[in-house]
Design a protein around this ligand. Structure first.
Ligand SMILES: NC(=O)C1=CN([C@@H]2O[C@H](COP(=O)(O)OP(=O)(O)OC[C@H]3O[C@@H](n4cnc5c(N)ncnc54)[C@H](OP(=O)(O)O)[C@@H]3O)[C@@H](O)[C@H]2O)[C@@H](O)CC1
Ligand SMILES: Nc1ncnc2c1ncn2[C@@H]1O[C@H](COP(=O)(O)OP(=O)(O)OP(=O)(O)O)[C@@H](O)[C@H]1O
Length: 391
């Protein structure tokens, strides 16, 4: 009897194993099919965009109109397909977003000069916090930006410079003409990350508010995190409705902001709904609620990023996230007109940066376990980026 039982258990284990093997193969085939189909669609869209740009100046109005209608029909059919993904698996969703990010990663060619792949500005760094702006700025470089500028207080500057010769550090944030000093650089910056290590001193927040206003006037993508969110909680109008703005609150920051805008306590049982509500109240700004799953919304839909990370929650991971997001926002927002038909580019930038941060966390944890720090995660940005966006 015992022997029979043993045989039975062994056979069921084998059957189970072979079921999972077949299932795994089926999923791989399905993944490859989707990737090929997706690459074909993107390629066609790119060709259509180029053709449209080419003919709009050369052809008579009637044929331009005909072409325009055909293009719209095609794009909307792809758009429908994307929307239908709402019901498909997380993995499929991840793959679709990764493809969009892949399509905007700038090629590494010898034809470019320094700065073309991104000049990112970080507003933050004060006496108490020097690590946060460093983490954000170095992460931007490791993702692929060419230059990272940190605008911090005088006493933080030497400390930040001493962490890394890679960064350009401006000790201007607490100077009497701080806004003008920073504004001089705005025409050269592709995106701004506001808040890491900024602190909450009134005079610094006042300067920051003015810098945000002037950056909006220049249409610069702005990621707001940490103490930048403290400012937004006091004065939501500083960023409300700005479509190139992305907010990245942790749960604490989210709760403060939600309660400031809705004048009622947060109902913590339905985070997705709250994220949609808050994004709507902020004028459909892209919002990322960080946590076990990162919830991302522009008020119309909620996307959940659950790329596997680890159980290690050392400080500074949010700074890695905001710095990376600054670069992806620059790559996605201005130039990729096609992505606008498929998905909000700010949402794609947010989703891409969340995935990357979590992947870095997972890889660093595999090496360092409990002793993982944000610096270890930063070492993983290159390999994690290649794994997600370059294979
Ligand atoms: N090396 C450096 O220089 C670094 C500097 N940093 C900089 O520090 C500045 C202040 O940022 P901050 O996040 O500490 O401030 P704030 O929002 O008041 O939170 C304080 C309290 O909120 C809670 N709490 C937090 N998260 C939560 C969650 N998910 N879910 C629930 N509760 C949560 C938690 O409360 P506790 O559990 O301790 O009671 C926590 O103590 C900012 O400039 C930032 O950039 C960091 O970037 C790290 C690396
Ligand atoms: N419980 C969790 N499980 C897995 N990943 C998480 C979890 N919480 C946060 N993360 C990841 O860490 C990233 C940073 O989130 P976190 O909540 O640590 O931000 P933060 O508090 O602003 O960080 P910082 O220490 O830089 O201020 C998130 O984008 C998410 O990818």
């Amino acid at each position: 009897m015992e022997k029979l039982m043993e045989q039975f258990l062994e056979q069921s284990a084998q059957a189970e194993e072979s079921f999972y093997r077949v299932e795994e193969q089926r999923l791989q085939v399905e993944d490859r099919r989707r990737e090929t189909e997706h690459a074909r669609e993107l390629h066609m869209l790119q060709m259509l965009a180029q053709m449209f740009a080419g003919i709009s100046s050369a052809r008579p109005v009637k044929s331009v109109l005909f072409f325009y209608v055909k293009t719209l029909l095609f794009v909307s059919s792809v758009f429908e397909r994307y929307n239908s993904l709402g019901s498909s698996s997380h993995r499929a969703m991840d793959e679709e977003v990764f493809s969009l990010v892949k399509s905007v990663v700038p090629p590494l060619t010898s034809k470019k000069h320094k700065g073309q792949d991104g000049r990112i500005g970080i507003i933050g760094g004060c006496q108490d916090y020097t690590g946060a702006p460093y983490f954000a700025a170095i992460s931007a470089l490791k993702v692929g930006a060419d230059l990272s500028h940190v605008f911090c207080t005088k006493d933080a500057a030497t400390v930040i410079k001493s962490y890394s010769p890679e960064l350009i550090v401006h000790p201007v944030l607490d100077s009497p003409n701080a806004v003008e000093e920073i504004e001089k650089w705005l025409p050269r910056l592709h995106s701004l990350v506001v808040g890491p290590g900024l602190g909450r001193e009134d005079s610094l927040l006042k300067t920051t508010k003015e810098v945000i206003e002037r950056s909006k006037a220049r249409d610069i993508p702005i990621v707001i995190d940490a103490d930048g969110l403290w400012l937004v909680t006091q004065q939501p109008s500083v960023i409300q409705g700005y479509q190139k703005g992305i907010l990245t609150p942790n749960f604490m920051e989210f709760t403060r902001l939600f309660e400031a805008l809705h004048h009622e306590p947060l109902n913590s049982s339905d985070h997705s709904r709250s994220v949609m509500q808050l994004s709507g109240a902020m004028g459909n700004l892209t919002l990322v609620l960080k946590g076990e799953q990162d919830l991302i919304s522009d008020g119309s839909k909620v996307y959940s990023c659950s790329v596997e990370g680890s159980g290690r929650r050392c400080g500074g991971q949010g700074d890695l996230l905001s710095g990376s997001m600054g670069v992806l926002a620059h790559w996605l927002l201005p130039q990729h007109i096609l992505a606008q038909y498929l998905m909000n580019p700010s949402v794609v930038a947010a989703f891409g940066a969340c995935s990357l941060t979590r992947q870095c966390n997972s890889q660093a944890f595999q090496r360092h376990g409990r002793s993982t720090t944000t610096s270890d995660m930063i070492q993983e940005i290159g390999p994690a980026f290649r794994k997600l966006f370059e294979t």
